[in-house]
Write a protein that binds this ligand. Sequence first.
Ligand code: GLN
Length: 305
Amino acid sequence: MTEELTKMVAEARPYAERGKVADYIPALQKSNASDLSVSIFNVNGHDYHAGDYLKKFTLQSISKVIALALVLMDSGPEKVFAKVGMEPTGDSFNSIAKLETMKPSKPLNPMINAGALTVTEMIKGNSSTEKWTRLIEFTAKLTNDETVTYNASVAQSEFDTAFLNRSLCYFLKQHGIITGDVEELMDLYTKQCAIEMNCSELARIGAVFAMDGCDPLTGKQTIPKDIARICKTYMVTCGMYNASGEFAMKVGIPAKSGVSGGIMGAVPNRCGIGIFGPALDHKGNSIAGLKLLEMMSNRYGFSIF
Ligand code: GLN
């Protein structure tokens, strides 16, 4: 399998030339556009890799799934669904448009920025620091790596430039969806997006979702089954932003991407997948990563449909 993966990576890598690394977060501009790596973590404990799979990258929007799982565990689905909807948007991930046209004015889902900011504010804790500690400890549990942390310069770079996200927050605050201090929330959210890991660790988290929240190595139920199911459903309908329909057609697995070029996939009862390829298409998904996933899905019959 490793040999096959290496071949597929070599075949998909040239697609990176058609994409561009994210530049609206200045620190992400430093990424190497031609990077492409993958890890597969089989639920039987075997893992397979190709490319520079130990290279670390920030999770960006992939972190939205982790925060969502934690908040659903903290407060239960009813409280979460009172603030965020269940529908895909068809708009880009940072769009403000639907917030104004929808009544009531709540984010359509937790995978777009407006929804994710709402969810992150809901993390339980008496202070921002406590919320952050709970989030990073939960992430450590999922990766089985206590040293997991965030990239402070990427977080700072986003914090310094996130005017659009601040606008979303103030809009949501006007409508009572967000209630606390916006700067504190931005600090927490940019740290969350800057949580850093490699493909292998990301694939391991994917495998927990693939097993309905049960850690394939320890056998522990890290996320309750019904909550893992909600997260996976959002990953299918909204995980690849406004390209989720095409992705369901071509790859057909629950997945979540981030503007760093990461993609986490969960193939039910089979494996977790971690991919890193920082060159993005115009919708903000890893262009070579998507090609690679399409090849893998065809070769291994990953589609759930
Ligand atoms: N931190 C990024 C932002 O809020 C995450 C977006 C993404 O990965 N799509 O803009």
